[in-house]
Design a protein around this ligand. Structure first.
Ligand code: DHB
Length: 377
């Protein structure tokens, strides 16, 4: 049977789905409200799970990732001022890759453009109609009649409001101040630091570019550079950052959200339109990739056999993966951050948990399975 899938949003979820569908011989049109430059410049997380890398490889979209991605086989947890390694490869056989989301997006756009397939920038979707039949995507330049539509337009997009149902949400009483700096990474692997002054995370984008985050109170304005470096120095234990020019600074709120319903007729939600995870643990992009991997397999099954069984199962299957990632992200967040006014009892519970992780192979393996995404499959 012939199929046309409308995809709302050219972030990683929408672009990866379009690529996977193309490889399966299924047509799609991608609608994106912003311009290409804006989409390619958005700074997001930078960790790809093994499964995400495998999907990008299978999609023929991993050439630059193979050359420039940096494999990591573990992380450091810092608490009580000392660093402890958690081994991923040794405990799970899986690793993760440093490769920024914005680079994944650039690679997928380049492939779509090179294949001369429909990717409409500057094209906000004005309305979606006939969701119970052949869904029609209305935009300023006209309308496109599809067989299915996937809403991959993020938390602030139009599609999530079109799916009735409860959205379960949690906000956190702190934010992240994130910087990009022309400075070598603090350590060869990522450092997640619990400290009496609040959480800090030292990540990287390349051997010369650092990505660093500090827990700050909600509503904080970006701090002066000097204060940021001094605070990182206090929080990162023995890992002392080498300072360099800060090239980007922003404050990120932390939120968790899961839509209970991921489907309305022929409209399906994926990625941030369906769920938000707090950033600790870097699950957002990987969960979006997991959603569209399921959807692509379901559309492929429908296309080849005429059976909608996998599409019908999407919501149930995806929600199990989503809640696993929500639980892990929530655990990482609440174990590593200090809530305002937190009691010493709560801090001691956090420290007891962190000590357990680095002294029990079973506990370390559990963290590693979740971090690398092998717990979800
Ligand atoms: C990055 C972001 C995260 O939220 C995380 O847990 C690890 C790394 C990053 O931007 O590199």
């Amino acid at each position: 049977m012939s199929l046309l899938v409308g995809i709302v949003g050219a972030g990683p979820a929408g672009l990866l789905l379009a690529r996977l569908l193309h490889r399966a011989g299924i047509d799609s049109v991608v609608f994106e409200s912003r311009d290409r430059e804006y989409v390619e410049r958005r700074q997001r997380a930078g960790i790809l799970e093994q499964a995400t890398v495998d999907t990008l490889r299978a999609a023929g979209a991993a050439d630059r990732l193979e050359r420039e991605g940096i494999p990591h086989d573990g992380i450091d947890l810092v608490f009580d001022g000392a660093a402890h390694r958690v081994d991923f490869l040794g405990t799970t056989g899986a690793r993760v890759w440093i490769y920024a989301q914005t680079e994944v997006v650039k690679d997928l756009i380049a492939l779509r453009v090179a294949d001369d397939l429909p990717l409409l920038f500057d094209t906000p979707v004005l309305a979606l109609t006939d969701l119970d039949g052949r869904p029609t995507v209305h935009h300023a330049g006209g309308q496109v009649v599809c067989d299915y539509v996937v809403g991959a337009d993020g938390f602030h997009g139009v599609t999530r409001g079109l799916v009735p149902g409860v959205v379960h949400e949690r906000t956190f009483p702190y934010s992240w101040l994130g910087i990009l700096a022309d400075a070598p990474p603090v350590h060869h692997e990522l450092v997640y630091a619990h400290s009496r002054r609040g959480f800090a995370l030292a990540s990287m984008r390349s051997p010369t570019v650092s990505r660093l985050y500090l827990q700050v109170p909600n509503g904080t304005e970006p701090w002066p550079d000097d204060e940021i470096w001094t605070e990182l120095d206090h929080r990162l234990g023995d890992h002392h950052p080498q300072r360099g020019p800060i090239t980007a600074k922003s404050v990120l709120p932390m939120r968790a959200s899961v839509a209970e319903t991921l489907r309305h007729g022929t409209l399906f939600l994926a990625g941030d339109a369906a769920h938000i995870v707090p950033p600790t643990g870097a699950k957002g992009l990987n969960l979006a990739a997991a959603d569209v991997t399921l959807l692509a397999a379901a559309f492929d099954h429908l296309h080849r056999t005429g059976s909608p069984d996998l599409l019908d199962a999407y919501e149930h299957t995806a929600l199990r993966e989503i809640w696993r990632a929500e639980h892990f992200s929530h655990f990482m967040t609440t174990t590593l951050h200090l809530a305002p006014g937190q009691s010493e009892f709560d801090t001691q519970l956090q420290l007891a948990h962190l000590r357990h992780i680095v002294s029990s192979r079973a506990a370390a393996t559990s963290l590693a399975e979740n971090y690398t995404g092998t717990a979800r499959t």
